[in-house]
Design a protein around this ligand. Structure first.
Ligand SMILES: *Cc1c(COP(=O)(O)O)cnc(C)c1O
Length: 476
């Protein structure tokens, strides 16, 4: 499988190269040069497989020759071993045709574990074959950083440095990052906001000599491999509810558009997905786009669902590329103009095309709290604020009689104890492996929001850990 940039100005690459590159050099995002296709018999053949085996089969056409199939299968098995539920993605029925798929049984209790646990292993495999090391850097306001650290701390070829805004993440989210004790993990508590952290990461990538000296790569959701690794759970849940003979629909609480884009990919592969409902909080650029083709930037405002607090969804560019019939020149022009004007001029025909499949839904904080309470009292189900928006979105836009609607539950309610307590009076307990999180010792390095200072800390860290021979694995 070959990958092309949505803006048409970067080299064509294979899966391993796209994994290592992240963003394309022309500022675009890598997408498969053609969508693989599964016939109904191919989907049916997946039904008898457990989740790791199914994931390997779904991923195989995207990986192609880059990693041998037996290795992909072994890496999938290893990645999903740490998930706490025997079904990996359990389905809960909430109504006659309403289901929720729980994506939060991984090590950090959010759906990002699905992609990052696998990516850490893919990186290790590819880097070992090339005898290279990589230093992953990222800025986080919570979930991405903890999922990335959990995925990389035991990978021999990777160092990971995560910048978080000091005092501005939740206790649980910070502790999930800072209590992982491994020599290849650096937590930087930056004196500043999340935007300061993100600017520092961008500036480090723009510093070409620094980037090359320490083999920097990014752990953000623009990496194609992350999208690919999210496709299998759409397949598994659709098959469980009757696909390919039966049509299905999904509702997805959305931020950067990475999760719902994987559902779109599954549809392009031939899975009969007839509707995708995109849930947003008060940061509703996607809902405004789908309602009236208004994709205009507004300042980010904090909400009860912080992982969906975005000004713009970076992965939307991949959908835009499809909506304009894969015209890279048009995509590049629209994105250039968006950057300059703060308003994305999506052609009318492309917007209409999006509306045939996608529905938008917006829920503010009081609405989210009310939905959590309603679910708890009417069904006994505890949904975290992100998942509650997904379930409300699913209820608001059912796909039609008899078509199962599956709301993706993206975080465990125990990650948001304050919001849960306000809505339901209960603080959900952390699941077993994390039950002692508050007793564990934290380690982090404080730093000012200053590029030279942060580069010197990360430089020293990367040098210390990138010995020519791989460091021994620790089992923290
Ligand atoms: C990251 C995240 C989201 C948003 O997912 P995107 O792929 O960025 O759209 C939603 N819910 C939770 C809990 C998350 O961690």
């Amino acid at each position: 499988m070959r990958y092309v940039s949505t803006r048409g100005g970067a080299p064509v690459r294979d899966f391993a190269e796209v994994l290592l590159a992240g963003l394309a050099e022309d500022g675009g995002l890598y997408v498969p040069s053609a969508w693989p296709h599964f016939a109904p018999a191919d989907w049916r053949a997946l039904r008898r497989l457990d989740y790791p085996a199914l994931a390997a089969r779904v991923l195989q056409p995207f990986i192609g020759e880059a990693i041998p199939f037996a290795t992909v299968e072994a890496l999938c098995r290893d990645a999903y071993r740490a998930f706490r539920h025997p079904a990996t993605v359990p389905l809960i029925q909430l109504g006659p045709h309403l289901f929720t798929a729980e994506l939060f049984h991984g090590p950090t209790l959010a759906f990002k574990d699905f992609a990052l646990q696998l990516l850490g292993r893919f990186f290790d495999h590819v880097l070992t074959a090339r005898d290279q090391h990589l230093t992953l850097i990222g800025a986080t306001s919570g979930d991405t950083g903890s999922a990335a650290i959990a995925a990389c701390h035991d990978r021999a070829r990777l160092n990971i440095a995560i910048l978080h805004p000091k005092g501005r993440t939740s206790d649980i989210q910070r502790r999930q990052m800072t209590t992982v004790r491994a020599p290849n993990v650096l937590n930087l508590a930056i004196d500043g906001t999340f935007d300061d952290c993100q600017d520092l990461v961008k500036a480090m990538f723009a510093d070409a000599p620094f980037r090359a000296a320490h083999h920097l790569s990014a752990v953000n959701s623009i990496n194609w491999a992350r999208i690919a690794a999210q496709i299998p759970y759409y397949v598994a849940t659709a098959l469980a509810l009757g696909a390919p003979e039966r049509e299905v629909a999904f509702a997805v609480p959305t931020g950067n558009f990475g999760n719902v884009l994987a559902a779109y990919a599954a549809r392009r592969m031939g899975l009969p997905i007839v509707r995708l409902v995109v849930g947003s909080n008060r940061n509703d650029i996607l809902a405004r786009f789908l309602a009236g083709n208004d994709m205009s930037l507004r300042p980010v405002e904090p909400s009860l669902s912080p992982s969906m607090d975005i000004a713009v969804s970076s992965n939307f560019e991949r959908l835009l590329f499809e909506l304009v019939d894969r015209d890279a020149g048009a995509t590049a022009a629209i994105m250039r103009d968006f950057r300059a004007s703060g308003r994305m001029a999506v052609p009318e025909a492309a917007w209409r095309r999006a509306r045939r499949l996608f529905f938008g839904f917006r829920l503010d904080d009081p609405g989210t709290e009310a939905e959590i309470r309603r679910l708890a009292t009417q069904t006994g189900y505890l949904a975290d604020p992100h998942s509650a928006i997904g379930i409300a979105a699913a209820s608001a836009h059912p796909a039609g009689p008899g078509i199962p609607m599956i709301a993706m539950a993206t975080a465990h309610p125990a990650k948001f104890p304050d919001a849960m307590e306000r809505a339901t009076g209960q603080r959900p307990p952390l699941p077993k492996p994390l039950a002692d999180l508050y007793e564990r010792e934290e380690a982090m390095t404080e730093a000012p929001a200053d590029l030279a200072e942060v580069e010197s800390l990360i430089g020293a860290f990367a040098r210390k850990n990138s010995r020519p021979e791989p460091p021994t694995r620790n089992s923290a």
